[in-house]
Design a protein around this ligand. Structure first.
Ligand code: HEC
Ligand code: HEC
Length: 377
């Protein structure tokens, strides 16, 4: 039974919407991954992608005709035949549901996608100290780069995989002329077989998921410090934890978070206060007892004692050296490589060392990706 002659109704509206949500959330997350300040949006898109994948996997068991995994064609011989037939018979008939190539395609998207989402959540917890797995930060911070690699390269793989899929659809559209490009828009395929039979409950469940994903996206990006993006590193008021450091070292610049440098850097800096970046800091400026107390605070909170991303990566990048200026450190130069040198000459910035000009709440020890705004002038 077909509503339209010569066409099979394969993809109900909810399925089509979800297909496009999966595609768009992946592409959006891919794009925003290249811009640290968009991390919240990246995470929100990743969540939607993950929830939709979960839904699709469930759908593979309880969904309507053409969607379930038991209709997938996964034998190797069928796959080979699929490509052979493509070459020898341009006008071959296409099946209404998944063909062998698209069956494998879907299985791989669901598998790679699950790895991407899981590694992303773990990376967010371990590296940023945020999200569901923030509690894993202090145990596994030393592996943050490994999680980054997995998350990144599996995503690239899925990106390539998606391009292959798009190429396949275009070949169907323009060479085989099966009008495949529009199947995920109209829901119809030029094929033979019964129309799909989505149940009332299936329909309601699908739309609930769609509505939920929109609400989740809005919630994640529009509220700061929410359940999904909350950091395990709350802003620290130096005035409260070490007033002498905050006031004595805060006269010329905002005090730098102790976790930025290792102990040996702080030692060198405190020993050389008489020639501090062309400034002469005397005992009248900062007394001997104050210096001792500041040094103790800096030592106790230096990079070695922190599991924050900036501390771990600065420390790894510093090696045996004892730099006292961030912009000398390779990691710093890499993270700021996209910024044109002329930006630092802007009147409200003036210097690379003026971290607080771009990093909001810097003096509270915050170096969040989402708290960066480069002043326009
Ligand atoms: C008399 C003014 C003055 C005081 C007081 C002062 N500093 Fe500085 N500090 C500077 C100047 C100037 C720079 C260089 C900024 C630049 O390069 O634009 C600087 C740079 C730094 C930097 C380098 C940051 C970076 O990553 O480039 C650190 C760290 C630092 N100061 C720590 C301290 C500490 C700790 C104290 C207190 C013991 C202190 N400063 C007190 C003037 C001061
Ligand atoms: C001109 C503005 C500007 C100044 C000044 C600046 N930063 Fe940044 N910083 C940025 C931007 C923008 C990024 C994000 C780059 C990106 O998108 O990868 C960043 C990224 C970082 C990161 C990496 C954050 C992460 O989680 O990946 C660290 C750490 C950092 N900055 C520390 C500093 C410190 C320390 C200073 C001062 C010595 C400083 N920055 C000065 C703009 C600035």
């Amino acid at each position: 039974m077909n509503i339209k002659k010569g066409l099979v109704f394969v993809w109900p509206l909810s399925t089509r919407i979800i297909h496009w949500i999966i595609a768009v959330s992946f592409m959006g997350a891919f794009y925003t991954s290249f811009y640290e300040p968009y991390l919240d949006i990246h995470v929100a898109l990743g969540w939607i992608f993950g929830v939709m994948l979960g839904y699709r996997i469930l759908w593979g068991f309880v969904g309507p005709r053409y969607a379930t995994f038991n209709t997938f064609k996964l034998s190797f011989d069928e796959l080979v035949w699929y490509f052979r037939e493509k070459i020898i018979d341009r006008w071959r008939k296409i099946p209404p549901g998944h063909n062998p190539a698209s069956s494998w395609y879907t299985i791989l998207v669901l598998s790679l996608g699950s790895i991407i989402v899981t590694s992303g959540l773990l990376l967010y917890g371990i590296q940023e100290g945020k999200g569901l797995f923030a509690f894993l930060n202090d145990r596994y911070y030393m592996y943050m780069s490994e999680f980054d690699l997995i998350h990144r390269y599996i995503s690239y793989l899925l990106g390539v995989w998606a391009l292959i899929h798009i190429t396949g659809v275009l070949i169907e559209q323009f060479y085989h002329k099966t009008n495949m490009l529009f199947a995920m828009i109209t829901g119809y395929k030029k094929s033979e077989g019964p129309d799909t039979d989505i149940s009332m409950y299936g329909r309601i469940a699908s739309y609930l998921f769609i509505i939920l994903s929109v609400i989740a996206f809005y919630y994640i990006v529009s509220t700061y410090d929410n359940l999904i993006t909350r950091s395990k590193f709350p802003p620290v008021s130096l005035e409260e934890v070490h007033r002498v450091y905050a006031t004595d070292c805060g006269t010329c610049h905002k005090p730098y978070p102790a976790y930025l440098f290792p102990q040996k850097s702080w030692e060198r800096l405190m020993n050389d206060l008489h020639e501090h970046f062309n400034e002469r800091i005397t005992e009248q400026n900062i007394s001997i007892p104050a210096r001792a107390s500041i040094q103790q605070y800096l030592f106790e909170h230096s990079a070695e004692h922190s599991t924050r991303e900036a501390a771990v990566k600065m420390l790894a990048s510093i090696g045996d050296a004892a730099p006292i200026s961030s912009s000398k450190v390779l990691y710093w130069r890499e993270t700021h490589a996209q910024i044109d040198p002329s930006v630092y000459k802007r009147p409200s910035i003036k210097s690379r060392a003026n971290c607080a000009a771009c990093h909001i709440d810097f003096e509270f020890g915050v170096l969040d990706d989402t708290k960066i705004v480069i002043p326009k002038e």
